[in-house]
Write a protein that binds this ligand. Structure first.
Ligand code: FAD
Length: 518
């Protein structure tokens, strides 16, 4: 269906056009029966279509036939049911908050369900603390994590596992994994869910948890939107810390850097009785000689130290930065500072390049703020790398590709996590080693030069392939079924079975290009 400006055409004609569109396969005469109450929630205007055919990546632009703004879970169920019962089902994607980078939340010629509709409908009532013992919140799948933070901390509690940036939707991160500096200790966000409400690809609303409908529960977590739309998630909370002592330490040597990271995570795993206080966070990243740290990451070097850090980067090509954080409320700041100093002393070979900040817990969690310019693209590459090959990754990728090409802008993250904090029953594909690292090349490029970064991504993936480094893409951008089969590896058969069970007509999440080419 061509997508020109629909705004002047009466809505009922558009709905009819849409119905015809859905049945336009030769030889099929049955209409897609869209219940009349859905009509007012379908938008065909240019603004809606444009918004649903762009994402944070700004690289893929697939236009839907219509955008659907649900005002209830029932609306979502009715829409999926309309497609499911149609002789030629139409594709349906869910737009959590549009932070995908390669069109994963788009539906070429289909319908995009924009969860903003539900968010606006709930007007701040999307997060409810339902139990104090154990501490649990019921959160709408459409809610943003920033709203979850605001609603829970008001009550003195908070989730334990976060992403760096909080303008992401709960359904969106749970469909991937949701990782950050807390993952080593608490696991990814998908390890911190008690229960889900999901509208499947048949339009059925199902409550699922590890005991009931467990196949759907585990399938949906990390399931890239393939099995259903998450409309509610019950998530783990803990008392919210008040303050966070946050430090940054520099390393010139990769091996010292990764040894320090691994020692830190080994010494700070979650023990029975631990809560959200303690050494709760570790991330690492690269500082490259590309001008100032041109990133939205916070660096808190005093300005007076910048020249010496700059010359350190010039001297070594790459400087590695380790961030750790200690949350607290029940001990004095002096005790925490002493603990932190000892921790850094034990970790760092250059303790003179160590900086600290004392911030509120909310300030810490909202540390990443971004401004998106219209002419920017974000051809990001996120990888999970088995620990046994990180040294080869450093020399082959960071030094031989990233450093030599010298085009990398934006943050480059590199930090470890434990496999045993991930539940292997979920759909998420991760490396098969006890410890693996995440590497995030979070480029910001101009609209016309993203191919240069894609070339670099390709070179990185080719290097890993040739060197036999079994990396997994996180927020993967695969384009063929064969690539997806390889991605899921031993999980593929189960993934395919779950698709047949919960979305047999392959309606959902076509933008991921797993079962259809969008
Ligand atoms: P969308 O991009 O809208 O959707 C992503 C996928 O999830 C699509 O396939 C969509 O169909 C599906 N989906 C969305 N909502 C639902 C739902 N309710 N039910 C079922 N499926 C659904 N990720 C991390 O893990 N850690 C980070 O620290 C992190 N930081 C980021 C920072 C920035 C600036 C950006 C742009 C992204 C970051 N991400 C991070 C990636 C982020 O987790 C993904 O983009 C994720 O998809 C969430 O974005 P979204 O809510 O906008 O989902």
């Amino acid at each position: 269906m061509a997508c020109s400006n629909y705004s002047l055409i009466p809505r009922f004609i558009l709905v009819i056009l849409f119905i015809i569109f859905c049945t336009s396969t030769p030889g099929k005469s049955e209409l897609c029966p869209l219940p009349p109450e859905l009509a007012s929630k379908l938008q065909f205007d240019t603004a809606a279509i444009e918004s649903a055919s762009t994402d944070y990546g700004n690289i893929v632009h697939n236009k839907p036939a219509a955008v659907f703004y649900p005002s209830s879970v029932q609306d979502i169920s009715s829409l999926i049911n309309a497609s499911f019962t149609c002789s030629t089902p139409f594709g349906i994607s869910t737009r959590g908050n549009g932070h995908s980078t390669y069109g994963q939340d788009m539906a070429n010629n289909g319908v995009v369900v924009d969860m903003k509709g539900l968010r606006e409908q709930k007007k701040g009532d999307g997060v409810v603390i339902i139990s104090k013992n154990p501490l649990i919140a019921d959160v709408g799948g459409e809610q943003l994590w920033i709203d979850v933070l605001n609603a829970t901390t008001k009550e003195g509690v908070a989730p334990v596992s976060w992403t760096d940036y909080l303008e992401l939707s709960v359904g969106g991160t749970l469909s991937n994994a949701g990782i950050s500096g807390q993952t080593f200790r608490f696991g990814p966000q998908i390890s911190n869910v008690y229960e889900l409400d999901v509208v499947t690809g048949k339009g059925e609303l199902v409550t699922c948890n590890p005991n009931n409908n467990s196949d759907l529960f585990y399938g949906v977590l990390g399931g890239l939107g393939q099995f259903g739309i998450i409309t509610r998630a019950s998530i783990v909370l803990a008392p919210a810390p008040k303050r966070v002592l946050w430090s940054q330490t520099l390393f010139s040597n990769f091996s010292d850097f990764t040894t320090a990271q691994e020692n830190f995570i080994a010494n700070n795993t979650l023990k029975p009785g631990d809560n959200n206080n303690g050494m709760i966070y570790l991330e690492g990243g690269l500082i490259l000689d590309n001008g100032t740290p041109n990133t939205w990451r916070t660096f808190f070097f005093p300005p007076a130290d910048l020249p010496k850090i700059s010359s350190l980067v010039k001297q070594h090509g790459i400087i590695y930065s380790l961030e750790i954080a200690r949350s607290y409320e029940d001990v004095t700041k002096k005790t925490v500072e002493k603990e932190m100093k000892q921790s850094i002393k034990g970790l760092s070979s250059m303790p003179e390049y160590s900086y600290q900040k004392d911030v509120s817990y909310v300030e810490f969690l909202t540390r990443v703020q971004i401004t998106v310019l219209q002419n920017e693209s974000h051809p990001w590459l996120n990888l999970l790398i088995p620990k046994s090959r990180i040294s080869d990754f450093d020399s082959g990728v960071f030094r031989d590709i990233v450093l030599k090409r010298n085009i990398t802008t934006g943050p480059v993250l590199f930090y470890p996590m434990f496999r045993n904090t991930w539940n292997n029953k979920t759909s998420a594909a991760i490396p098969d080693e006890d410890i693996f690292y995440t590497a995030g090349l979070l480029y910001t490029s101009g609209i016309n030069d993203w191919q240069v970064y894609e070339d670099q991504n390709k070179a990185i993936l080719e290097f890993c392939d040739k060197a036999g480094i079994n990396v997994k893409q996180y927020l993967a951008n695969h384009t063929t079924k064969e690539e997806w089969i390889q991605h899921f590896g031993s999980k593929w058969a189960e993934f395919e079975q779950r698709k047949a069970l919960f979305d047999p007509k392959m309606i959902l999440s076509p933008g991921q290009r797993i079962f259809n080419n969008n």
